[in-house]
Design a protein around this ligand. Structure first.
Ligand code: DAH
Length: 353
């Protein structure tokens, strides 16, 4: 067998390497598992072009062998690493193709194909939508709050019975702190943070030491108010009437009657014609034809004073409704407690949005 010298080996590897580079470039533009395998087999397979060269190692002159070994090693390494590159590219391309085939918009809400929204959530969303349509912004406030926000700034005198232990949850070890008994505390937060003109609604959880057929210790209210120059009771009646008609339908009348709340003067309550009998009188409305929806009134000058607003310059009205009660009336529920028992059979009757 004739000896092979390093020059001849180098020449052969150069020629095979340059052919490999061409195949590498072509395959990069046309990636597939098969194409990459074909390249591997063509050069590194049992009968591959590189394999053929490396088999000549045995015939290389002894003194050239170390150099020949180095050369073949580096050529082989280069081929293997380039084949790896192709495999990585191929994986990436496959993933991209898969993602493109089934495009996901990650900014979309979770697919609502299962479950249902709680009736209180549904009603809160409905109410907020109607108020937004009337130009209100949505405000939030703490459920655990200082007595000042829940009572004093709202013109509750120090000896008002609502402050009594029997109605209010006081927070242990925190002085002058209560679980809010109504969402009216948010009025004070909003009025101290913003300046008129203001149109604000604020839904939220409220708490009272109360538990019977028609009362739960936790319930939901929505508070709202408008403050500007020259706001009158006519504005109040117009807004409340428009809002209730949007939620319950235009064929039901609303009426206001006088009542007392410390933070409004004059104060009143708003009634809606009974959704069940349409005013004729039935068990649901205790045969009066009317259902009580909530309280309202013109904001008391003492409240303006407590939040540093000039009661000579500004007027406004405020209102507070029970969301649970409105949900019961709108969805025809007979027992308030159904809302908080977590019974799947009951809850799954509601829509997903
Ligand atoms: N906060 C009162 C309650 O929980 C409801 C209420 C009445 C809110 C009159 C108001 C209002 O804003 O003006 O019973």
């Amino acid at each position: 067998m004739t000896d092979i010298d390093i020059a001849s080996l180098t020449k052969q590897t150069e020629s095979v390497s340059s052919e490999f580079e061409k195949d590498f470039a072509a395959t990069s533009n046309d990636l597939s598992h098969k194409a990459i395998e074909d390249v591997r087999i063509k050069y590194l397979g049992r009968k591959g072009l590189f394999t053929a060269i490396s088999e000549q190692m045995r015939s290389v002159k002894k003194e050239d062998r170390p150099e020949a070994g180095k050369l073949l090693n580096s050529v082989k390494k280069n081929m293997e690493s380039k084949l790896d590159q192709l495999r990585t590219l191929e994986k990436k391309a496959a993933l991209t193709a898969q993602l493109d085939a089934k495009a996901y918009d990650v900014s979309l809400p979770v697919a609502q194909t299962a479950g249902s929204l709680h009736p209180v959530t549904l009603m809160r969303r409905t109410l907020l939508k109607e108020f937004r349509n009337l130009g209100f912004i949505v405000y939030d406030g703490p459920e655990m709050d200082l007595e000042d926000y829940n009572f004093s700034a709202l013109n509750f005198k120090d000896d008002h019975p609502a402050r009594d232990m029997q109605d209010t949850f006081f927070v242990k070890d925190l002085e002058k702190t209560v679980l809010r008994t109504h969402t009216s505390n948010i009025q004070i937060h909003a009025m101290r943070n913003e300046r008129p003109p203001m149109r604000v609604v604020a839904p939220g959880r409220t708490y009272r030491c109360d538990s019977d057929l028609t009362h739960t210790p936790m319930f939901h209210q929505i508070e709202g108010f408008i403050i500007d120059q020259n706001i009158s009771m006519a504005d109040m009646k117009g807004v409340i009437d428009t809002f209730l008609k949007a939620v319950f339908g235009t064929d039901l009348e609303t009426r206001l009657r006088p009542s007392y709340f410390p933070f409004v003067e004059p104060g009143g309550e708003v009634d809606l014609q009974c959704v069940a009998c349409r005013g004729k009188g039935c068990r649901i409305c205790s045969h009066t034809g009317w259902l009580e929806i909530g309280g309202l009134g013109m904001i008391h000058p003492n409240v303006f004073e407590a939040v540093d607003l000039d009661s000579e310059r500004y007027t406004g009205f405020a209102f507070g409704f029970g969301i649970d009660r409105i949900a019961m009336l709108k969805y025809g529920l007979s027992d308030l407690r159904q809302l908080f028992e977590g019974d799947q059979a009951f809850l799954s009757q509601f829509p997903v949005n």
